[in-house]
Design a protein around this ligand. Structure first.
Ligand SMILES: Cc1cc2nc3c(=O)[nH]c(=O)nc-3n(C[C@H](O)[C@H](O)[C@H](O)COP(=O)(O)OP(=O)(O)OC[C@H]3O[C@@H](n4cnc5c(N)ncnc54)[C@H](O)[C@@H]3O)c2cc1C
Ligand SMILES: *[C@@H]1O[C@H](CO)[C@@H](O)[C@H](O)[C@H]1NC(C)=O
Length: 424
């Protein structure tokens, strides 16, 4: 266990500018120095905590606003291990996805995490889509994705009799994983290397500058019950040597509440909900993942299988707004799946699965993409900011960790830990 340097005392004046509690209150709150803090117990935060604890000997505290781990985006996704085809070459998404996939398969094998490399077909259903398939093939090869193969529609139909398409791109490296087991396993390792997970614990803001970081922490219950008029007083102030903001949907709003952090570097958050429908009363029509050509904001309504053979279709893209800070910290989003959205799913799915029967789709679940680019904007890369960007030693902010964030989690962890080590 490393000893951490004493941080220089942060000036009182800077603290005063934190508007949600007063000078008097600040004096009365207990303050504690700690080694490393990770905000957010999603798959990415957990992977980072594990990496810091197991491979770098750090003493880590993970702060999570919910009553347990993985209740955010990490339990509301397709659970697909992506190959790394779609992303611009040399982008963080491309690099982290390919590296993360390799680390993930290896980890799953070593730790008996349920997973399966079932492969995926990306399908062109009309002539205008065929060139897009060629572009994806070229891009995938550039990104270092192994085994890609373009095939004629009839070859694809031989693999998947229910499938209809003009051409398809086979990606044998794609697969599926049980995210819950993955998170549990990584948490177990982190805990056995001294990591503490603190649930029902919300970071409401903080202060940071070149001299260090102070985190303002409150019980989640107090925020839920807060009337919004009085000042919210933190229960404790943590003074970490290293801080990773891995708060997912809440990460941008939270870093805006870090007094002293240059607001110029904090991206505007956008939220894009995706609903899933499940196939009822029918046997699994497909053995592979089936994806259409990607659409604006997402990868298109695709076919995913879980490890129990349950088929799900989704996610669609619905931009939502009016999200306030505390809702994003406490994961208070509307995750309901309106039954009538099925109407929009049938025609999309029937483009490649004409045998889909009327009335066979039932509402499944929904997830929200933590985006940092809006509708009709160029999709943004993952944003991983260290001291080189914002000037605060020991701080890494993660923004826009949408798909392929699950696949990339262990590579992101490696990258974040290396960055913190080289800078601190
Ligand atoms: C619909 C959908 C489908 C997807 N499909 C795939 C896929 O098939 N493959 C793939 O690789 N990726 C996929 N992804 C992306 C993947 O799910 C995410 O990248 C990944 O789960 C992000 O993990 P995370 O730990 O960053 O975030 P989260 O899991 O959201 O964790 C963040 C945590 O921070 C906590 N928190 C927030 N604010 C605070 C605060 N102020 N104080 C304390 N705690 C706080 C939250 O409660 C939450 O638990 C998909 C995403 C979506 C939305
Ligand atoms: C978190 O809060 C919930 C609901 O208030 C409670 O049931 C649970 O016991 C708390 N968990 C911990 C670890 O404090």
């Amino acid at each position: 266990m490393k000893k951490f340097k004493t941080l220089l005392a942060t000036t009182r004046n800077a603290i005063k500018s934190a508007s949600y509690f007063t000078d008097e209150q600040y004096k009365s709150v207990s303050k504690e120095k700690v080694d490393a803090v990770v905000i957010g117990a999603g798959v990415v935060g957990i992977a980072i905590a594990r990496e810091l604890a197991v491979n770098h000997g750090r003493e880590v505290i993970v702060l999570e606003s919910a009553s347990t781990f993985g209740t955010g985006t990490s339990s509301r996704n397709s659970e697909v291990i992506h190959a790394g085809i779609y992303y611009p070459p040399n982008s963080l998404k491309a690099v982290m996805c390919v590296r993360g996939r390799q680390l993930l398969y290896k980890y799953c094998k070593q730790h008996d995490i349920p997973h399966k490399q079932i492969g995926k077909l990306i399908v062109a259903t009309g002539p205008s889509e065929v060139p897009k398939l060629n572009t994806l093939m070229t891009r995938g090869i550039e990104n270092g994705v192994e085994g890609l193969k373009l095939m004629e529609g009839h070859e694809a139909t031989r693999m998947e009799p229910e499938l209809q398409c003009l051409k398809a791109l086979l990606s044998p490296a794609s697969g599926i994983v049980d995210t819950h087991s993955l998170m549990l396993s990584m948490m177990g390792e982190a805990e056995s290397h001294g990591t503490t997970f603190s649930y029902n614990t919300t970071v409401i803001g903080g202060h940071c500058d070149k001299d260090g970081i102070q985190l303002h922490i409150s019980e989640s219950k107090a925020i839920k019950n807060h009337d919004g008029r009085s000042l919210l007083q933190p229960d404790v102030i943590l003074i970490p040597r290293l801080l990773v903001n891995s708060a997912g949907l809440g990460a941008p709003a939270l870093s805006k509440r870090f007094n002293g952090l240059d607001v110029e570097v904090i991206p505007t958050p956008y939220f894009a909900r995706g609903c899933y429908f499940v196939l009822s009363n029918s046997k699994t029509p497909f053995q592979h993942l089936i994806y259409p050509i990607p659409e604006d904001g997402g990868l298109g309504v695709h076919v995913t299988l879980d490890l129990n053979g349950q088929v799900k279709f989704g996610p669609d893209v619905e931009w939502i707004n009016g999200i306030d800070d505390f809702s994003s910290f406490l994961n208070m989003f509307d995750y309901s799946v309106p039954g009538e959205r099925a109407k929009l799913f049938y025609p999309e799915i029937r483009r490649y699965y004409p045998g889909l029967k009327d009335g066979s789709l039932e509402p499944g679940y929904a997830g929200i993409r933590p985006k940092v680019s809006g509708p009709n904007q160029v999709p943004c890369d993952f944003i991983i900011q260290g001291e080189d960007i914002h000037g605060v030693p020991g701080l890494v902010n993660l923004f826009g960790i949408e798909s392929p964030g699950l696949t990339s989690s262990m590579a992101i962890a490696e990258h974040v830990a290396a960055r913190l080590n080289s800078e601190n």
